[in-house]
Design a binder for this molecule. Sequence first.
Ligand code: NAP
Length: 178
Amino acid sequence: MPNKVYIATSIDGFIAKKNGDINWLMDIPNPEGSDFGFNEFMNSVDAIVMGRLTYEQVLKFSEWPYNKPVFVLSSALKSVPEFLNGKVNIIKGNPKSIIEKLNSMKYSNLYIDGGKTVQEFLKEDLIDELIITRISILLGDGIPLFSKLINDQKYEHLATEIFNNTLVKSHYKRIRNK
Ligand SMILES: NC(=O)c1ccc[n+]([C@@H]2O[C@H](COP(=O)([O-])OP(=O)(O)OC[C@H]3O[C@@H](n4cnc5c(N)ncnc54)[C@H](OP(=O)(O)O)[C@@H]3O)[C@@H](O)[C@H]2O)c1
């Protein structure tokens, strides 16, 4: 604990176009070359749990962007390219067992990434922090961040930052009834 989501969405709540395209996200104005707090966030996590489809998009980047261990959720993948040996592991199972396994390996602060993946973890109420950056664009269709939940989940709003009149980054923490 905690399990955190750090993700960008369109105004209408999509994380990518239906075909996985995230160029609309990469093209946002950024004259000062800011990382909008991403490195600070990465310093707060021990490992990343990522859906296979997100992993396949990241593989298209010019270089591997993570300096923390990545656990790719997949039932289909059998191996990773040689250059990722020791950096990326393939893992499967239900969200609770995955978290228990990683916690037992001393990875306590987890970054959960990918649309279906985040939805699966939210459905089991396993997300403790949501950091959502809303980009000023409407896509009309795409891969949604959220889906149905079994129960309402209340969050405390911790902070909101606005960058370049284009990005609104809000940090929420799950309120759990003891
Ligand atoms: N806007 C943003 O900030 C942002 C962030 C992240 C991703 N994205 C985009 O979102 C898209 C990907 O999201 P997505 O919703 O399509 O998929 P996803 O969550 O990245 O990946 C889904 C896949 O993960 C595997 N998986 C999930 N849970 C599993 C489990 N418990 N056990 C085993 N395997 C499991 C399955 O792969 P198998 O079929 O191999 O079993 C499933 O098909 C990409 O286009 C990516 O670029 C955007």
